[in-house]
Design a protein around this ligand. Sequence first.
Ligand code: ATR
Length: 273
Amino acid sequence: MTDHYAVIGNPISHSKSPLIHTEFAKQTGQDIDYIAREIPLDDLIAGLEQLQAEGFKGINITVPFKEQVWQYVKNKSAHAERAGAVNTLIFNDDGTLYGDNTDGIGLCRDLVDNHQVELAGKRLLLLGAGGAARGVIEPLLSYKLSELVIANRTASKAEELADLFSEFGTIKGGGFNDIKGQFDVIINATAASLQGEVPPLPENILNQNSSCYDMMYSNTDTAFIIWAKQQGAAKSIDGLGMLVEQAAEAFSIWRGVKPNTKSVIDLTRSHVI
Ligand code: ATR
């Protein structure tokens, strides 16, 4: 019997997740289908109950519901608990829910495995202190960075995140004005790219081997990728690989089999308009 999965969000028509998971299913021989469903902004809980009543086995959650699902689901992985957001949900047969968050693992796999960006011992700058930034902090710190600096337009939010994750590594928070020195890796987790903007960053914060990563992706270079290239970054990477890798981890949580991502990243890239 075919097992049903879905991604929920609002809006959702642009989602590449059905394409990605359908490819994973073909590749691994898993008998599943996967749809995108838009949930009204003010009706998340009814939407979740409806999916459960329809017999769905699990769902992915995207903007703007990740934090709300985190609040609603009591039973979560320790990592999802700290991330403050849930992007992967299991509907258990006994009616209970289990929440996880695969965004951070997805980012790290794309950086380290797909793009050979070393993290251990490196100094890393994370731009932004919203949900997207918070979700990746603990997985990044697990690579034993020398230091993680979080910089945000609203400095106090970056300082709060640094406090929250201080037990996991050397971490500091502040405003863009507080950025000092050079970084091996810079990750953009701000929503500035959505508006075609780049946070106001000091000059000369990259060295000749630095890598820059934008968690956003587009069919043309994002504003942050353009900035990274202008600054001479050795690698400038957008977030499409992270999207596919977080999906692969969710698929693996649900189905117990880890798909290959390389060909699916290429296929997804060809569908970005
Ligand atoms: P998400 O879940 O995508 O992280 P969010 O929680 O609304 O969304 O956070 C958006 C992040 O992008 C925040 O860090 C925000 O900075 P503030 O905390 O100061 O609001 C940042 N951001 C949004 N637009 C920005 C811009 N034009 N320049 C710099 N930072 C921006």
